[in-house]
Design a protein around this ligand. Sequence first.
Ligand code: GLN
Length: 207
Amino acid sequence: PLVAGVVAVQGDVEEHADAIERAARTRGREVVVREIRESGIVPECDLLAMPGGESTTISRLLHSEGIAPEIVAHVEAGKPLLATCAGLIVASSDAGDDRVDELELVGVSVERNAFGRQKDSFEAPLSVDGLADDEPYPAVFIRAPAIEDVGDAEVLASWDGRPVAVRDGPVVGTSFHPELTPDSRIHGLTFFENEAASAPASDDPGQ
Ligand code: GLN
């Protein structure tokens, strides 16, 4: 079976584990899920999820536990990572907050808690590029970051005129929480249908 790692230093871990298992099951794939609280596990993982939670805490623990460089190596090897909400903030190139030491895995800048107090939590039907069908994706936003500068990343979905899902090579980042709904299409897209993550890189655009 594939080994799926869920970063578990802080945040909503169980929900990601469930979503990965559901996404795998609907595709007839077998996965075992490992929770990552210390170094040494990420190198055994084929795919990784970095959950929401509190980004300054997640950042601090990833660095103090020596997990941060392992996640960077995972992505450099072309293996898929789904980074959601606080996970996206940590994976970004610029979190706009000194307390976050960004992993620079997605070339975007983000603004924490950007959707405003009155809308701290809401659900929105999103049109997401690359999903298997055209059904809107029920996206749950909880004190979500906005994606500001997308750089070279590909925008997969926007809400209220702002990008809220991006892909950068093997990494998919979302402002919202795809693990909190029964719809596992974002996990499927990231882990089982991401050609950038499974195909060897080629400099030749003709290939
Ligand atoms: N507001 C949180 C942060 O900035 C992220 C919220 C979440 O992950 N649900 O870290």
